[in-house]
Design a protein around this ligand. Structure first.
Ligand SMILES: Cc1cc2nc3c(=O)[nH]c(=O)nc-3n(C[C@H](O)[C@H](O)[C@H](O)COP(=O)(O)OP(=O)(O)OC[C@H]3O[C@@H](n4cnc5c(N)ncnc54)[C@H](O)[C@@H]3O)c2cc1C
Length: 660
């Protein structure tokens, strides 16, 4: 555990600086953008997906924005680019989609600039790539999957198709991963940690698989270190549920409304559940809601199938009803109600981002199919070159976006950004802000106070996806487990990475092969209101060092895999901590927000006012839908572009003919 870390970390910021003249240093990316460096001369290891250490919101990506928030001013110079037809702030799935839709309508000559403050594009949809012993391992650093694909509306579904994703084929590839693990007969397990349950113990299997059966459940729990009273309470909870009490007198909707207004924790506490039962369930909502059961509405717990509601006899939400998939609805309900398969590609939805880039800058990602894109190496030197119609400028934080001559005039929009410590301006006929909503009031001082307030209503939900490369996965094969939940621990669990065979990707097949492991952490502050918990979680993430993460990861894996010969110092070969202090879009819930905002797409939700068009500036991002999903990100990019095309139509008396 305490042996010296031998991980070869290559988390360099902005690549190697390039000295051009005495006292001037610019990054290789800037040098390419200014035609001072041939893109082929970019250092061969200029490849962000392989960078390790603290990634996600990496060092160098947030400092400028925080300074702007704190009142810093900038003295920009003209970037020297010709005026753009469209500037997009934010190179996530929403911003990339917006650029794609604009270009589709306007034609291939449309001059588009996409600015993003990270050293890689994709926003949350990032790719992690490890190579060990000649084997390449892929994993998602954020946006994980195409969730419930049949819920995707026309726009998002059509975008997937046009970039080359036939979801049925993609799903068939995804299935090869499950088939592979099934062939090894690997199970799930729970690790009971001594700090929560008095003793470290791994118990294989799921206590409720095949339905809650009292005898089977009791036998499984007897293998755990849980207190006997807690075991009895859990059996009661799963097999009988909680007596309705005062809810007895209410009709179906009345019962649901009551559950909407209390937390799952209160529901369980009022039923006298043992504290270890609460600890056992506390992490369940964290992967989707980034809080524990104290800030998780009991109604959502019921809708997502958590135990305790059997005696209420509630009517399920209708599969075609208005509550099924509303904007701002709870993250995760789709899965409850079907909606088609969820598709995990090897690097998650980073594949969508890469395919969008291929559509707009084909030379950056060679090839033409989904299959050949998986292992194609993206050429970062091709993203921002003079003369190409679409340019993606990384390491570039927008700090000011203002209309020349007011929002109603014919003038252009001036966009100031900071790259490599220098502030520059570009001018654009149209702007789409596909960045995080809370940032926008600092960018656009001209916005009305009520719109600024609405933009800042939602607290982005902090979450961490940690990717760990292992020398091999023999310990998992020995134990016969694929995923381990760890109630109450630093990361809520760990699982073997996805292993679909697709294109030239050769996922691990033998336990002696290297393997990437996924771990999730959601820092929060139990007991406080939800939005305050997210603020505290964000602070926690920005203050936690990589060394702390590394120590916690080693400790958790060493204890969870104890007895297998696993040696953390020897067997962990790389760690990438994808920290997302500004993670999921805030979605309304029935405890923290007015109930109608959570259950209906009502017009008075802050996201509706927040996304209002402002002259030649439109506002996208999944924040605009208050729902943290890829289809929302795409749809909002589409709406924002439609708004600007309408502005163009009215200003010019016609939409430009599509020229290609
Ligand atoms: C860990 C994690 C897992 C997820 N898993 C899933 C999943 O499985 N399925 C799913 O559908 N959704 C998932 N999501 C939700 C995900 O947020 C959306 O699917 C989608 O990727 C969001 O895209 P976006 O473009 O709206 O926002 P983002 O991806 O956040 O992109 C916005 C970009 O704007 C940049 N930006 C902000 N301010 C500025 C500025 N001033 N200047 C320049 N750039 C700026 C940001 O840094 C960011 O790169 C996940 C999110 C996270 C964090």
């Amino acid at each position: 555990m305490h042996r010296k870390n031998t991980i070869n970390r290559r988390d360099f910021v902005n690549g190697c600086a390039l000295s051009l003249a005495a006292g001037t240093a610019i990054s290789p990316l800037e040098a390419v953008a200014q035609d001072l460096l041939d893109p082929n001369a970019l250092p061969p290891d200029y490849y962000p997906p392989t960078r390790q250490g603290l990634r996600g919101s990496h060092e160098g990506s947030f400092e400028v924005a925080h300074a702007a928030r704190d009142g810093a001013t900038f003295s920009p110079v003209d970037a020297g680019d010709r005026a753009y037809d469209l500037v997009v702030v934010g190179g996530g799935l929403s911003g990339l989609s917006a650029a794609y839709f604009f270009r589709k309508q306007y034609g291939p000559d449309a001059r588009i600039l996409i600015l993003d403050n990270h050293d890689d594009f994709g926003g949350h949809a990032k790719r992690n790539e490890f190579t060990h012993d000649g084997t390449t391992l892929l994993l998602n650093g954020g946006t994980s999957n195409i969730e419930s694909v049949e819920h995707y509306g026309t726009v998002a579904a059509q975008l997937l198709r046009s970039v080359g994703i036939d979801w049925r084929e993609a799903y068939a590839y995804d299935r090869t991963s499950d088939d592979f693990y099934a062939s090894w007969d690997l199970d799930s397990a729970t690790f009971f940690a001594r700090e929560t349950f008095g003793e470290d113990r791994l118990v294989k299997g799921s206590p409720t698989r095949g339905g809650p059966d009292a005898a089977r459940l009791a036998a499984w729990l007897a293998r755990s270190p849980m207190a006997l009273e807690a075991q009895r309470d859990l059996v009661r909870l799963y097999t009988e549920g909680v007596p309705p009490g005062a809810l007895e007198a209410l009709d179906d909707w009345g019962r649901k409304e009551r559950l909407a207004r209390i937390s799952y924790r209160s529901w369980l506490e009022d039923a006298g559940m043992h504290p270890q039962v609460l600890a056992w369930l506390d992490d369940r909502p964290k992967g989707l809601f980034c809080v524990g059961i104290d800030a998780y509405p009991a109604l959502y717990a019921w809708a997502e199938g958590h135990p305790g509601f059997q005696q209420l006899g509630l009517e399920p939400f209708s599969g075609v009803g208005p509550l099924l998939h509303v904007g701002g609805g709870q993250h995760g309900r789709e899965r409850e109600e079907g909606g088609g398969p969820t598709i995990d590609l090897p690097d998650g939805n980073a594949t969508i981002a890469r395919l969008l880039v291929r559509q707009m800058i084909p030379e950056a990602l060679p090839g033409s199919t989904l299959e050949d894109s998986i292992m194609a190496r993206l050429d970062y030197g091709r993203l921002d070159r003079p003369g190409q119609p679409v340019r993606i400028r990384l390491d570039s934080t927008a700090v000011r976006v203002v209309h020349e001559g007011g929002p109603d005039g014919p003038g252009a929009v001036e966009v100031t950004y900071v790259q490599g410590g220098r502030a520059r301006t570009v001018s654009a006929e149209h702007v789409v802000l596909a960045c995080w909503h809370p940032v926008i009031p600092y960018l656009c001082p001209e916005l009305a106070p009520e719109q600024k307030e609405a933009l800042q209503y939602g607290e982005k939900m902090p979450i961490v996806y940690t990717s760990v490369a292992l020398r091999n996965w023999v310990p998992f094969a020995e134990l016969g487990v694929r995923s381990v939940t760890c109630p109450g621990m630093y990361h809520t669990g760990f699982s073997l990475g996805r292993a679909p065979a697709i294109g030239d990707y050769r996922p691990p097949r033998s336990p002696r092969d290297p393997m990437a492991l996924h771990m999730t952490r959601t820092p929060c502050d139990p007991g406080k209101p939800k939005r305050e918990q997210h603020r505290q979680g964000r602070r926690d993430l920005l203050e936690t060092s990589f060394e702390t993460f590394e120590r916690r990861i080693r400790d958790q894996l060493a204890r969870g895999l104890a007895g297998t010969g696993f040696d953390a110092a020897r067997d962990i070969v790389a760690i990438t901590v994808n920290r997302w202090p500004h993670g999921y879009a805030y979605s309304y819930d029935t405890l923290a927000d007015p109930i109608e905002w959570a259950l209906f797409p009502s017009e008075d939700r802050p996201c509706v006012l927040a996304r209002r068009r402002f002259g030649r500036i439109s506002i996208a991002n999944s924040d605009a839908a208050a729902t943290p999903h890829t289809d929302a990100a795409i749809e909002e990019g589409h709406r924002a572009v439609r708004e600007q095309l309408e502005v163009r139509l009215l200003a010019r008396g016609g939409v430009p003919a599509r020229s290609g």
